[in-house]
Design a protein around this ligand. Structure first.
Ligand code: PMP
Length: 383
């Protein structure tokens, strides 16, 4: 190898590392103080019991950290089982639901020349195609309807498995329960898996996990990042028939036996046990979501109906890139996906009422700009 080649970035990468197109998470700014409405975190603090449990796990100068954590996450799975009304053997715990999803792609979907494609919506969580790339799976995007709904009838095609979020992300639109169950039924009849990613379910839909007894092919995936205000702790779950859970354990135990550390195990268990605290803060998020949605509709925004802790909205007349930049300029971070059909939409996480009042005020100021030479002049430029 020539010196220049040896020193080129990627000179020592595997073919796999070269081919990957990694997921790019939303910005986590360290310098300027923004109102952060870009990564769907919960605006309210976690239950005080979480920090108490973590402090307890650290007693005696953190002596317990000398030992590896419980690889089976037994106590946490027991708490999750009580929370969801299932058996501990029907629960898998992982390092954030991203990890659980990555394992699920490997556990339930086949690669190789004869394998049927995995199906998921064309507009959905952008990590799905990344996992497919990581494991070398073929996939096919199923288009959302004109009004950005998932049309479950469009999934009635040979497939290697289906994954979809409910509510969908980044649209926030929920699926009618009947549609979801008939999809689970048809997948069951064809011997295929349906994964429902319920990252945002706590803000507006009933979990499909209550149906795992009828559908041994149904896996629901959950996270404490949003509904339990614990994005910083990294804990996610899957719930499904014991057979599905065993497949996830096989993948995990071929990768890393200890995906959850002692502090995460303790904190997550405490969170699952404080149901009333979380019911209240998540109810508050949903109330704020409805208020902000109505206020934006009154300003002529396009607002998709959301059952999540974010809304997917379009400014009247203002291109998405300009709207994003104008909000950033005003100290408000939102998320924009530079993709066909949704490039003019912004995904706005629901913050506290105070955050959202500042967001609405910024939107009004931006709208007060004017059109000049065919370009939307933002208020500072228009002055
Ligand atoms: N699923 C969906 C639909 C998401 O939006 C997210 C958050 N980015 C996740 C899963 C992953 O969440 P976490 O890894 O924090 O549990």
């Amino acid at each position: 190898m020539e010196k220049a080649e040896r020193e080129a970035p990627g000179a020592y990468w595997s073919g796999k590392a070269r081919q990957l197109e990694p997921y790019v998470p939303g910005e986590q700014p360290r310098d300027r103080k923004f109102i952060k409405l870009n990564t769907n975190e919960n605006p309210y603090p976690p239950s005080p019991r979480v920090a108490e449990a973590i402090a307890k796990a650290l007693e005696e100068g953190g002596e317990s950290l000398r030992l590896y954590p419980d690889p089976a996450c037994t106590e946490l799975r027991e708490a999750a089982a009580r929370h969801y009304g299932v058996k501990p053997e029907q629960v898998f715990a992982g390092n954030g639901s991203d990890e659980v999803l990555a394992f699920a792609f490997a556990a339930f979907f086949d690669s190789g020349p004869g394998a049927a494609p995995v199906l998921f919506p064309d507009i959905t969580y952008s990590f799905y195609p990344v996992y497919a790339g990581l494991w070398g799976l073929s996939f096919r995007n199923v288009p959302l309807t004109e009004d950005f709904a998932i049309d479950t009838a469009a999934y009635a095609a040979p497939n290697g498995g289906i994954i979809l979020p409910n509510p969908n992300a980044p649209t926030g639109r929920p699926l009618p329960p009947d549609a979801l169950l008939s999809l689970a039924e048809s997948q069951k009849n064809h011997g295929r898996v349906l994964i429902v990613d319920e990252a945002y379910a706590a803000f507006g839909v009933e979990s499909a996990s209550v149906h795992i007894g009828e559908y041994p092919n149904l896996l629901t995936v959950h996270t404490l990042s949003k509904s339990a205000s614990l994005a910083g702790l990294r804990v996610g779950f899957a719930i499904g028939d014991e057979g599905l859970i065993e497949a996830l354990c096989r993948i995990r135990d071929s990768f890393n036996s200890y995906t959850l550390d002692r502090l995460a195990l303790a904190g997550a268990k405490a969170a699952l046990e404080d149901v009333s605290y979380y019911r209240e803060i998540n109810r508050r998020v949903a109330v704020t979501r409805e208020r902000v949605s109505a206020a934006l509709s009154a300003l002529n925004f396009t607002v998709l109906p959301s059952a999540a802790n974010f809304i997917f909205v379009k400014f009247p007349r203002l291109p998405g890139a300009e709207a994003f930049a104008a909000l950033r300029e005003k100290g408000i971070l939102v998320r924009r996906f530079d993709r066909e059909r949704i490039g003019d939409f912004l995904r706005v996480s629901i913050g506290t009422d105070g955050d959202m009042d500042r967001f609405l005020a910024a939107c009004r100021e931006i709208l007060a700009g004017k059109m000049e030479d065919g370009r939307w002049m933002l208020d500072e430029e228009a002055r």
